[in-house]
Design a protein around this ligand. Structure first.
Ligand code: SF4
Length: 103
């Protein structure tokens, strides 16, 4: 289980084994998870795809790690929503905010 903070609000989330695409889960949080972590790990193909989409905050290392830096808010966050939702990285697609889950 992951814990993250936005201002004083505490939220809880988990990383699912596989992506669960359901836009209903991405409502009304103002992109809390897209602001709460330092970076999103990427596969090489995702790095290239985000580069093609104009990402400016990409990071790569000689050890073969690729990341999208999202500290202080992901550059693709627009109006509280992901502007590249159909193309977002797998980690973003696997993240499940438990606070916003339907009961
Ligand atoms: S790519 Fe989209 S879902 Fe992933 S952190 Fe950025 S705005 Fe959020």
């Amino acid at each position: 289980m992951l814990f993250f903070h936005r201002t004083r609000e505490k939220r809880h989330g988990i990383l699912l084994d596989r992506p669960l695409d359901d836009p209903r889960r991405c409502r009304d949080c103002d992109g809390a998870c897209c602001r709460a972590f330092p970076s999103v790990p990427l596969a090489w193909e995702e790095f290239l795809a985000l580069q093609a989409l104009g990402a400016r905050r990409l990071e790569s290392s000689l050890t073969g790690e690729y990341r999208l830096l999202i500290e202080n808010g992901c550059e693709f966050l627009a109006g509280g929503r992901c502007a590249i939702y159909p193309y977002r990285p797998e980690v973003c697609r696997r993240f499940y905010c438990e606070d916003l889950a339907p009961s």
